[in-house]
Design a protein around this ligand. Structure first.
Ligand code: B1H
Length: 818
């Protein structure tokens, strides 16, 4: 291995441009950046990649030999983060690489930090896809992920005067050692144009003449499983010049414009849309979706045809999982391929299509469900629209037989939304054509059955399943918290928990053991020191490592209620200010840490970021407060940042208004690492509590069932004095920027209806926080709770989730290397 790395270190082909300009100051600070380290990182990465490719090839050969049923996970987002550490942990060579690098004068930990995150996703939905790949590979499933190779991933966030600034994330600037371009694996993806109907052998045939064709080229990213040779593939598509010019423009002699319009077409895969809640209806987004599914389906069909002469066995060999409705246009695309290219009849094509697709819903708000203007589809995808019309026609015929003239119900069920402007409802298309639809937590499952998709559930209850999300313990424990992982292995006497997370239960036996408690808290303290050092680099603030680290890191959204957290912090500040010196001695010191990105167009989310900074400026510099309370905002929250922060957190906050978080997976990562949760009875908080016991968590507030009534009572509701006092302070300008914060304050009092019920939940939130303070003082009890938190997390591995998908939705078997 030394030789290999030495060779890479010397090899000119891997040397990179010397004037590095685009590393942000935060990355710089974090990574203790040295040019040599960056080069050594690259050399190491290429040497690891060689090993991955070997395994990838073996896996591929085995697949070709056995031709098993394969799973294809189609997703617009894969939030992969970094790959180096994860790869060497999974293939079991971390120790060897660390030693080899040491002998060459490098520190693995520092090299790991040179890698840019692959931030090809917004948040939970994209990270879930990444954790799924890790579990699919680890559990030996024959699986592939399909996505887009965005040139600009999630924007990079910096903060200026407390305001969020967004910068393009050109993550490929320094090359990407983890991908292999497949120059010969390309497919044309067609848009616009017109469809002609012709008679061929007494049969109507449809010929689509596209107005634009964009070439998709494959980039493969090997994903190694842990403790197995199985190495699966994440194939990402990029748009590339097709080499051909449209004849129309060419013949008019407008060569330059023809080339420029071609270039525009190639921007399809350039940028990730940075918004995960509101549906925007942008044409480029639909083009991206089509680009993903069309290239992927052509690829899958080609692979299938290498082994099969007809489509009879297609459903026995192929399962597609659609990550939300984003890739659902794939249903129409597969129908088009089977009908128009493979010349199958409608009945056969439909039978095949409905057997291969299943879909995961992650939505809560009906407004978040995608619908595309009919006009847009007609223009962009004329053939697909014809197919969707026909699917809807047969579906409506069936429904009329069932529900007669219940027109209201029929119009709710229809894939086409009638009205002045007609729309195509993508969720309805999914429900009609997928054999299974699943929710992502128990509470979300209840919600989709009883509300979001009630009409469909009443009709086809057998289609609905619940698959509670999880996270992979390889990344979220073994890689990001190696010391705690080693300790767990020592006390369990095995590292099998890295593949069977249920084994963590064994820690319950020792939770009360003084030795384990001491070692456990020591590891946690050293993780906190690491984070404290980072905080000092980015903010200059020196935080007390023995204070409680109270963390809320996630995307900034009103429903996630970072605002509630800030109001709580201001209240705490206000209390401290009004205390006697004697009383101050009793205060449990806290370092409140927040981080997250606001969607660029979401003004109130941006106001929350500014408010956090404004409050931080005030209290961090107040000598009356000193070490009793600090408020730190960590900029540019991403996967790597989460890996640093989570192992160092004492408590973490998951405050979404009950009924608004489909699942939530951050809470699982924290709980697994022994961080206690302060949370609402929402999403997976409820399931975590079932496993951990209410005595090891701090849940508060109403349940989702109570929310509608509470909302109707809002107009007569008067929040408690403390709440009004805090809001008054913000309004009065105690933190400056009074005018700028008014619209935010208006959402919770006065003009607003406090839709997210901050005022209502505030007293119970304060009670939960008081219980946290009380518990933190009892060090022994706290250590025990922390160990029990980890011990109870066996259910929250994506290994469990993936097994359930494989057995209950996909009907696929593992394929083991001998
Ligand atoms: C989740 C999204 C999402 N739900 C639209 N919905 C997007 C919607 O770019 N878009 O258009 C992107 C993402 N993401 C999250 O999924 C939920 O909010 C979490 O509660 C859940 O844990 C996660 C994974 O299921």
């Amino acid at each position: 291995m030394y030789k290999l790395m030495d060779q890479y270190l010397k090899n000119d082909t891997f040397s990179i441009q010397k004037n590095i300009v685009d590393h942000s100051e935060y990355t710089l600070a974090r990574s203790r950046f040295r040019f040599d380290d960056f080069e050594a990182y690259q050399a190491t990465a290429y040497s690891v990649r060689d090993r991955l490719i070997e395994r990838w090839n073996d896996t591929h050969s085995l697949m070709r030999e056995k031709d098993p049923k394969r799973i294809y996970y189609l997703s617009m987002e894969f939030l992969m983060g970094r790959s180096l550490l994860n790869s060497i942990v999974n293939i079991g060579v971390k120790g060897q690489y660390a030693d080899a690098l040491k002998q060459l004068g490098f520190d693995l930990e520092i090299l790991v930090e040179q890698e840019r995150d692959a931030a090809l996703g917004n948040g939970g939905l994209g990270r879930l896809a990444a954790c799924f790949l890790d579990s699919l590979a680890t559990l030996d499933y024959p699986a592939w992920g399909y996505g887009l190779r965005y040139e600009y991933g999630m924007f990079r966030q910096t903060i200026q005067d407390g305001f969020q600034l967004e910068h393009p994330d050109y993550w490929l600037n320094f090359g990407n050692p983890w991908e292999i371009q497949r120059v010969h694996t390309t497919y044309p993806v067609k848009f616009y144009g017109h469809v002609d109907e012709i008679q061929e052998n007494n049969k109507k045939t449809y010929i689509w003449t596209p107005g634009e064709t964009v070439e998709a080229v494959a980039y493969d990213n090997p994903i190694p499983g842990y403790g197995t040779k199985n190495t699966i593939n994440l194939r990402l598509w990029a748009a590339k010049p097709s080499g051909e010019l449209e004849l129309d423009s060419f013949s008019t002699g407008d060569y330059v414009n023809a080339v420029l319009s071609k270039q525009r077409a190639e921007t399809i895969s350039s940028i990730l849309y940075p918004d995960d809640r509101t549906y925007q209806g942008k044409e480029l987004r639909l083009k991206q979706q089509v680009f993903l599914v069309s290239a992927s389906l052509q690829d899958v069909v080609r692979r299938y045809k290498d082994f099969h002469s007809d489509f009879a066995a297609f459903p026995q060999k192929v399962a597609f999982q659609l990550n939300d409705t984003h890739p659902i246009i794939g249903v129409a695309e597969l129908m088009r391929i089977l009908l128009d290219e493979e010349k199958l009849d409608w009945v056969k094509s439909w039978e095949i299509t409905t057997k291969v697709f299943s879909f995961t819903n992650h939505a809560i708000l009906p407004e978040a469900l995608e619908k595309w203007p009919l006009e847009l589809l007609e223009n962009l995808l004329p053939r697909h629209l014809q197919i969707i019309y026909r699917i809807n026609f047969y579906f409506m015929e069936e429904m009329k037989k069932k529900f007669g003239d219940d027109l209201v119900r029929l119009s709710r069920l229809s894939i086409i939304e009638e009205g002045e402007k007609k729309n195509v409802r993508m969720a309805n298309l999914a429900l009609v054509s997928c054999h299974t639809v699943n929710g992502v937590s128990k509470s979300h499952f209840e919600f989709i059955k009883s509300s979001l998709f009630k009409d469909f559930h009443d009709m086809w209850p057998h289609k609905f399943q619940c698959k509670t999300n999880g996270v992979t313990q390889r990344r979220w424990m073994a890689c990001s918290n190696p010391d705690l992982s080693q300790l767990i292995t020592k006390w369990l006497g095995t590292e099998a928990w890295l593949k069977e997370l249920d084994l963590l239960l064994g820690l319950r036996l020792h939770a009360n053991d003084y030795n384990l408690q001491e070692q456990w808290m020591k590891v946690r303290r050293s993780n906190k020191s690491r984070l404290a050092a980072y905080i000092q680099i980015i903010s200059g603030a020196k935080v007390n490592v023995d204070a409680m680290f109270d963390v809320q890191i996630k995307r900034i959204h009103e429903y996630k209620r970072q605002f509630l957290n800030v109001i709580g912090i201001i209240h705490r500040y206000d209390c401290i200010k009004n205390m006697t010196a004697e009383d101050r001695k009793k205060v449990v010191p806290r370092v409140c840490i927040l981080g997250g990105k606001a969607p660029p167009g979401y003004e109130n989310a941006k106001r929350i970021i500014k408010l956090i900074h404004a409050v931080g400026d005030k209290l961090n510099n107040d000598p009356d407060v000193g070490d009793l309370l600090k408020l730190i905002f960590i900029p540019d929250y991403n996967v790597s940042m989460a890996e640093l922060v989570i192992p160092a957190s004492d408590i973490s906050q998951h405050l979404s208004t009950a009924g608004s978080e489909a699942c939530g997976t951050g809470n699982m990562k924290f709980a697994m690492n022994g961080c206690l949760i302060v949370g609402t009875k929402d999403g997976s908080n409820v399931e975590i509590q079932e496993e951990l016991g209410s005595e090891n968590m701090f849940l508060f507030g109403p349940s989702a069932e109570d929310i509608p009534e509470l909302r109707t009572e809002q107009k007569d509701f008067q929040p408690v004095l403390e709440f009004r006092r805090v809001v008054g302070m913000i309004r009065k300008g105690v933190f400056g920027n009074a005018e700028y914060f008014q619209p935010l304050c208006d959402t919770i009092d006065g003009a607003g209806d406090d839709y997210y019920l901050l005022g209502h939940d505030f007293p119970s939130y304060l009670e939960a926080q008081a219980a946290v303070d009380k518990a933190f003082v009892d060090k022994k009890r706290w250590a025990e709770m922390s160990i029990l938190s980890t011990a109870g997390c066996g259910q929250f591995s994506t290994d469990r989730t993936i097994r359930e998908y494989a057995e209950e939705i996909w009907n696929v078997e593992p394929l083991r290397h001998s």
